[in-house]
Design a protein around this ligand. Structure first.
Ligand code: C5P
Length: 227
């Protein structure tokens, strides 16, 4: 049977580069599905913290990854993350959860356990996939691969504004340290390290606002005749 090709656009890169905003916008603009793969690692980190599973209990973590009762609820542009029906969207967005997610994500068994779950998001009319290894590991045959970067200082500043707007008490120097730590862990891990795919188009967003990034990516989508 000749199965219909399901197009995928991958957007990888470190946090604070505008990936999440770009992917949400792009999925809405194209009317495609959206995979925020970081949320899977964050949910697993949340589960590990609440069930007090130590980070070196690899079997228990992989088992939790296999059995996560996870669903997503979409209300216009906002996607809520539900664990066994409970909305844990704000809990998993904390810096603490992001850091623990990066530790959980460095375990190969966990990545394998989450692989099929991520691939299952690929459905017609198409998928926008946001992560670290979308173009290199999960969807190597993607139709368009984007890799966003920005200087650590700009990313810390953006994250600072986001957290401050949500009423959190944060410190830029501390955020910068955490970002550097997380980058190092994500890019040096043995499995699926953070790096651009060979055929990815790299966009440095340090001096760009989100409208410019969106326009540049949309131009690429048109140039490649994806829609
Ligand atoms: O993108 P986000 O900040 O939500 O991701 C949290 C962590 O999950 C990242 O720091 C990274 O370690 C991990 N992650 C990953 N692979 C992905 C997405 C996220 O390893 N595809």
């Amino acid at each position: 049977m000749n199965r219909k090709h399901v197009p995928v656009i991958t957007v990888d890169g470190p946090s604070g580069t505008g990936k999440g905003t770009l992917c949400g916008w792009l999925a809405k603009r194209l009317g495609w599905h959206l995979l925020d793969s970081g949320s899977l690692y964050r949910v697993l980190a949340y589960v590990a913290a609440t069930r007090q599973i130590p980070i070196d209990e690899i079997d228990a973590l992989a088992d939790a990854a296999h059995t996560l009762d996870l669903s997503f609820r979409k209300d216009d542009e906002l996607v809520s993350v539900l664990l066994s029906g409970k909305d844990i969207s704000s809990e998993i967005r904390s810096e603490e959860c992001g850091n623990l997610a990066s530790k959980v994500a460095s375990i190969p068994e966990v990545r394998t356990a989450l692989l099929e779950r991520q691939k299952a998001f690929r459905k017609l009319p198409g998928l926008v996939a946001d992560g670290r290894d979308m173009g290199t590991v999960v969807f190597p045959d993607a139709d368009l691969k984007i890799y966003l970067t920005a200087s650590p200082e700009v990313r810390a500043e953006r994250r600072y504004k986001q957290l401050k707007d949500k009423g959190n008490d944060v410190n830029v120097a501390h955020l910068l340290r955490e970002i550097a730590e997380r980058d190092l862990r994500d890019s040096q891990r043995q499995v699926a390290p953070l790096k651009p795919a060979e055929d990815a188009i790299v966009i440095d967003t340090s001096d760009m606002d989100i409208d410019e990034v969106e326009a540049e990516v949309m131009a690429l989508v048109k140039e490649k005749d994806i829609v």
